[in-house]
Design a protein around this ligand. Sequence first.
Ligand SMILES: *Cc1c(COP(=O)(O)O)cnc(C)c1O
Length: 374
Amino acid sequence: MEVKFFTPTREYAEKKDEFDKAIQSVLNSGNFIMGRQVTDFEDAIKEYTGAKYAVSVASGTDALVITSDILGFKNGREVITSPFTFLASTSCIAKGCAKPVFVDIDEDTFNIDAEKIEEKINANTVGILPIHLFSQMSNMDKIMDLASRNHLRVLEDAAEAFGMKWKGKNSALYRHSGTIGDMGIFSFFPTKTLGGYGDGGMIVTNDARLAEMAKMFRVHGASKKYHYDYLGYNSRLDTIQAAVLSVKLKYIDEAIEKRAKVSDWYKERLNDCDYIKIPDIKGEQKPVYYVFNILAQNRDELAAYLKQNNIGTSIYYPIPLHLQKCFDYLGHKKGDFPVAEKVSKEILALPIYPEITEDEVDFVCTAIKNFYKK
Ligand SMILES: *Cc1c(COP(=O)(O)O)cnc(C)c1O
């Protein structure tokens, strides 16, 4: 048996007619940039997430760069974030010449340790950028409380967090990731929970002025054609991607449920394995298993063994950002963020997608147990 880490082809095969029809309709219309399907998809995202405004762009990375620019994450101001994430969550801060200020992660959730944020806030701090990673959201109660007491902007990197919802202690309602802070972003990179057939991203906000700016920024800063109010970007979601994503959004609840079922299969089978730790979900929230991670003893040997057995795995993230060459100038050294560094050596992502079968999960778990029996 071979178990791929990720495959989009099973879903395409299942719904081929629907995807083909959606793509064909764009080809027939010839409206490849900002076609009707783009607005339709933005409306569907508003409806699903409860955000007042949704502005699609070319990628999650662009969404982060544009929102960082709009929120004033630039010119030497400080933005507090986690070093245990994908590069784009921090490069968006550094690109505008703001200073990323890292806070270590919680060892159970791998998200920013919200208890350690306050000590990093000073007169130069302009914002907090939490990343909702892998399966669960950061502690938004604490983050929003700190932000309102210190007049900070909050940008939620919800690139991996489509479908995740936070209730917290003080609310009666579950609110979708990305809609709690000033602005939030999603990525539609093919592997993501809501993944397209190429790159794509979305900015969400409940603030009319911020939404207006995002709309201008994606078309070079133009308020109307050839009238440039800002120095913006060229970053739009392709109409073809919007058409594909609209099909996927129709089935997203089903896909999220299947991911939850797969994560239960893993938990049932791996719970009694002493060499493995499965992360906890913390806080009152609805998780979504975009990634299923374990912390594993002898992680690199285990990954090599699984590879030999035709099982794909992945490591998110092997090197925390404070130790990346591009951030040398921040002056960090090994040991500065010990939890992130420890987790980066033990974490391993197992195959998870709605179409994976129970037999395949069995095969993965048996291989893991066989490795530790050796
Ligand atoms: C995927 C991802 C991004 C970037 O999204 P792209 O659409 O690939 O540009 C940003 N942040 C996090 C946490 C991600 O996982």
